[in-house]
Design a protein around this ligand. Sequence first.
Ligand code: ATP
Length: 235
Amino acid sequence: MLKLSNVQTFYGKIQALRDVSMEISEGEIVTLIGANGAGKTTTLMSISGIVPSRSGEIVFEGQSIQAMSPHKIVDLGICQVPEGRRIFPYLTVSENLDMGAFLRTDKDAIGEDMEYIFELFPILSQRRQQAGGTLSGGEQQMLAISRALMARPRLLLMDEPSLGLAPLIVRQIFEIIRKINAENNTTIFLVEQNANLALKVASRGYVMENGRITLSDSSKNLLSNEEVKKAYLGL
Ligand code: ATP
């Protein structure tokens, strides 16, 4: 579904991604783990077109996307849930969800999707008319995921959904990730510092260090890999 080949991305003179190559097949949950500053967010930003890569190739369903504008990429079916949640704080929950559906032309189906989201996250249903900025951290993460789902993505890019959330909420979010993948066949590319949880929900994973992919394997093998255990699982 998605293939990155030798992608190099820069911030001015700073090179953040070095020869990054990876593949994601339809229906998978794949994770990218790594330390702070490894280049995980930049990988997502390069895929979604927000920080375009300088060289290499990014192909989505047979089409090269690396020179495309972010909104065209959303239109093709790739949507990103940004780190730090970034919802619209002064808009209500319902209005935030409407924003997620902004580019859609099938307006009739939008209401149905909103109802599906309220089933997924009943707490958001209770808070429909509440301003996004007044929600708790966990609820804002749920809203950020929901807003992305309103675009009906086929590939969902998630940037550290567990960041700053209490363990119980993190478990709920990961259950929802599993559900979104299973119920809608939404392919998920999950960037996480919580490697333990990420490798439990994903079937495969990549490890990134200093802008390079240093390991790629099944989650099962990565969970038992001695280097991964020491560096990322705290074992
Ligand atoms: P984190 O877990 O802290 O979000 P990350 O693995 O997502 O880390 P990136 O945010 O992709 O890492 O950063 C990769 C590198 O690019 C780092 O060296 C970072 O300092 C640098 N970088 C990121 N954003 C910018 C920017 N806007 N301008 C300059 N350098 C940047």
